[in-house]
Design a protein around this ligand. Structure first.
Ligand SMILES: NC(=O)c1ccc[n+]([C@@H]2O[C@H](COP(=O)([O-])OP(=O)(O)OC[C@H]3O[C@@H](n4cnc5c(N)ncnc54)[C@H](OP(=O)(O)O)[C@@H]3O)[C@@H](O)[C@H]2O)c1
Length: 346
């Protein structure tokens, strides 16, 4: 790779400072010099806003401050006259990273954060599925009108590069369909049930104790989380204008150890598979997968097989969750905004 001699300053805000937001601060701390050397980008985190408060340093957080973020020793401020939306509008920066919780009912608070950032002339990078699943066309139209980028690699498959693979690397190919395991919690539960012959409730409890399933796991185990990711793929790859209601959804709670044993004897595993094709068929359901199929990945891994007209089948596998993994996708999105032939003057 050609090293960059000129550097461009990229000021970043992080809105929502939980696992993923803190992961973004950590990867930028770790990779800052490499990003400057390889891509000519001088990345500065200039503000962080969370329900805890607001942290602003217009010169960019230094190494000591970034370490404080890691240990939770930062000095939050709670200015009465400044809201998260004021931070997005008024603090000068180029890229807003939106990592608040996913809300699939109305997309908030992320939807308003993203709209405000685009209207304020910021690029947006997000891991938040709600706004993309509910308002994809509207947000993309707004981004195009404002000449800004809206990137969302972390919303589907975490660290597994699927959006950029489909939209950039496979450019020129017709994408026929995508099938995959897009929820690591379900995959962990089904893998453990099959390996140990254990019942669903037992393994779910184990996954919760290990922090691999939420205390309230319904979005994962009922297939809703996978369905939301399919909607994002349907809209961003197939231009389908789909909504969650278009997805036929079944989850994993009814699967028994006996069913998994029968499948095993016949040379199959049972996996929660999400599938979308270019004709608009969107389904999430437990399916029999041959043991030697590339979709048969175990534990919390995610996988997707993409059927194309020129390149044939392509399968990607990766870690679908985890703060550093999601932050890795966010970081590549930030770099890709500037690593274009236009040099990022978008
Ligand atoms: N964790 C993963 O591995 C992963 C992977 C891919 C995508 N995602 C997605 O990434 C997003 C963040 O995930 P996470 O695991 O980091 O969640 P999280 O730990 O719950 O972090 C979300 C943060 O946003 C804050 N927040 C809530 N409402 C806010 C508001 N109105 N303004 C500013 N901050 C607000 C929360 O504050 P409080 O804690 O005080 O409520 C919390 O600190 C979610 O949309 C998730 O679906 C997560």
């Amino acid at each position: 790779m050609r090293m960059k001699t000129n550097t461009k300053t990229v000021r970043i805000s992080i809105i929502g400072f939980g696992y993923v937001g803190a992961g973004v601060a950590e990867v930028i701390r770790r990779k800052r010099e490499e990003i400057a050397r390889k891509y000519g980008l001088n990345t500065k985190i200039v503000c962080i806003a969370d329900l805890n408060g607001i942290f602003i340093d217009e010169n960019g957080l230094n190494e000591a401050e970034l370490l404080k973020l890691k240990t939770g020793d930062m000095n939050w401020e709670k200015p009465e006259d400044m809201t998260t939306l004021d931070v997005i509008k008024d603090v000068e920066h180029e890229v807003m990273v939106e990592t608040t919780p996913t809300n699939v009912v109305n997309g908030e608070p992320g939807l308003t954060h993203i709209i405000t950032a685009l209207e304020s002339g910021r690029h947006v990078v997000t891991s938040n599925k709600g706004p993309l699943a509910l308002e994809y066309s509207r947000l993309m139209k707004l981004a195009a009108e404002r000449g800004k980028e809206l990137k969302f690699e972390a919303t589907v498959g975490g660290a597994m590069p699927i959006i950029s693979l489909l939209r950039e690397n496979l450019a020129g190919n017709g994408i026929l369909s995508i099938q995959g395991i897009l929820n690591g919690t379900c995959n962990y539960i089904l893998t453990r049930m099959a390996e140990e012959g254990l019942p669903y409730e037992h393994v779910l409890k184990e996954a919760q104790e290990l922090g691999l399933a939420e205390a309230e796991p319904s979005k994962d185990v009922t297939g809703i989380d996978t369905a939301v990711k399919l909607v994002i793929l349907a809209n961003s790859v197939f231009n389908l204008n789909a909504t969650y209601k278009d997805v036929e959804v079944a989850g994993i709670a009814e699967i028994t150890p006996d069913a998994l044993k029968l499948a095993d004897d016949a040379g199959y595993v049972i996996k929660l598979i999400g599938e979308v094709d270019r004709k608009g068929c969107l389904k999430v359901r437990p399916r029999l997968v041959p043991k030697d199929d590339p979709l048969n990945v175990s534990g919390t891994l995610n996988v997707a097989t993409i059927k194309t007209d020129l390149a044939g089948d392509i399968t990607v596998i990766g870690k679908g969750a985890g703060p550093i993994e999601a932050a890795s996708a966010i970081l590549s999105d930030i770099i890709s905004i500037y690593n274009t032939s236009s040099g990022g003057d978008l």
